[in-house]
Ligand binder design. Structure first.
Ligand code: NAD
Length: 240
C-alpha cells in the first residue's frame, strides 16, 4: 500500500513517517507539509495520513477525496458540521475517510469504559491534560468522551451542580457534561473521567507518554480505510 503523510514535518507527522517506513507492507511515497497541494497525490498514493492543524485539516480531506486518495486523519478540532460535510463528500465521491480524535488504545478504552459506567453514577466530569503547545481546547478526545457519556446518560437526571456564580471555573459544558482542559509543561496527552455517587468516586484515567502510543492505531486505520465506505469516525469502529 502506497502511503503519503501530510503534516510530515510536524511532531506527529515525523513519528508517522518513521512508523510507515518501519512497516513492511506499507511504502512511504510522499511527505507533504504546509504549501504542498494534497491533489498532487492523485495516482501516487492509495492512502494519506493527515496530522496538521485544525484550521487546515478539513480542506486537506476534501482535496484528498477529490484526488481519489483515502484519508486517515488524526488532526483534532473537528466540529459536527465539518464531519457532516466530509461524510457527504465521501459518499458522493465513493471515497474513504477515517477520522479519529485519538489513536491510542488506552484512550479509546477509557472512552468506552466511561460510557459503560456513567448510567450507574449521579455525577461525571472530564479532565484532559496536555502539553502547552496544543492549539485546540478542549481536546478532540475530551469532546468525543463527553458526547459518548451524554449519549449514555440520555433520559437520566442532569448532573447535580448548585453553582450560582463563577461558571467560568466550571469548565465547558458539552451536552450537559463538564469538560476541563489543563495545559502544562511536562504533559503529553492525558485524560481523566471522574464518576461520583454519594460516598464513592470511580476514576478512569488514560495516559499517553509518547507519540509511539498512537502508531498501532494509525497503521491499523491506514490498512483498513479502503475497506470502509464513506466516513468512519473513531478507532473503536475498527476494534472488535
Ligand atoms: P505540529 O504543530 O507539530 O505539526 C503540524 C504540522 O502540520 C506542521 O509541520 C505544519 O507545518 C503542518 N501544516 C500546517 N498546515 C498545513 C497544511 N495546510 N498542509 C500540510 N501541512 C500543514 O502538531 P502535532 O503535535 O504533530 O499535532 C498535529 C495534530 O494532531 C494536532 O491537531 C493534534 O491535536 C493532533 N493529534 C492527534 C492525535 C490522535 O491520536 N488523533 C494524537 C496526537 C496529536
Amino acid at each position: 500500500m502506497r502511503v503519503a503523510v501530510i503534516g510530515a514535518a510536524g511532531r506527529m507527522g515525523q513519528t508517522v513517517c518513521a512508523a510507515v517506513e518501519g512497516a513492511s507492507d506499507l511504502e512511504l511515497v510522499a511527505r507533504l507539509d504546509e504549501g504542498d497541494d494534497p491533489r498532487s497525490l492523485e495516482g501516487l498514493a492509495d492512502v494519506a495520513i493527515e496530522f496538521t492543524i485544525p484550521s487546515q485539516s478539513e480542506a486537506n480531506v476534501h482535496a484528498l477525496l477529490d484526488a481519489g486518495v483515502a484519508a486517515v486523519v488524526g488532526t483534532t478540532g473537528w466540529t459536527e458540521e465539518a464531519l457532516r460535510r466530509v461524510r457527504e463528500h465521501a459518499q458522493r465521491a465513493n471515497g474513504h475517510a477515517f477520522i479519529a480524535p485519538n489513536f491510542a488504545l488506552s484512550a479509546v478504552l477509557a472512552m468506552r469504559f466511561a460510557a459503560m459506567a456513567t448510567p450507574h453514577f449521579e455525577s461525571v466530569e472530564v479532565i484532559e491534560l496536555h502539553h502547552p503547545n496544543k492549539v485546540d481546547a478542549p481536546s478532540g478526545t475530551a469532546l468525543h468522551t463527553a458526547r459518548g457519556i451524554a449519549a449514555a446518560r440520555a433520559g437520566l437526571p442532569a448532573v447535580p451542580d448548585a453553582t450560582q456564580e463563577g461558571f467560568e471555573a466550571r469548565g465547558m459544558e458539552i451536552d450537559g457534561v463538564r469538560v476541563h482542559a489543563v495545559r502544562l509543561a511536562g504533559m503529553v496527552a492525558h485524560e481523566e473521567i471522574l464518576l461520583g455517587n454519594p460516598g464513592e468516586v470511580l476514576t478512569i484515567r488514560a495516559d499517553s507518554f509518547d507519540r509511539s502510543s498512537f502508531m498501532p492505531g494509525v497503521l491499523l486505520a491506514a490498512r483498513k480505510v479502503l475497506s470502509l465506505p464513506g466516513l468512519t469516525v473513531g478507532l473503536d469502529a475498527l476494534l472488535d
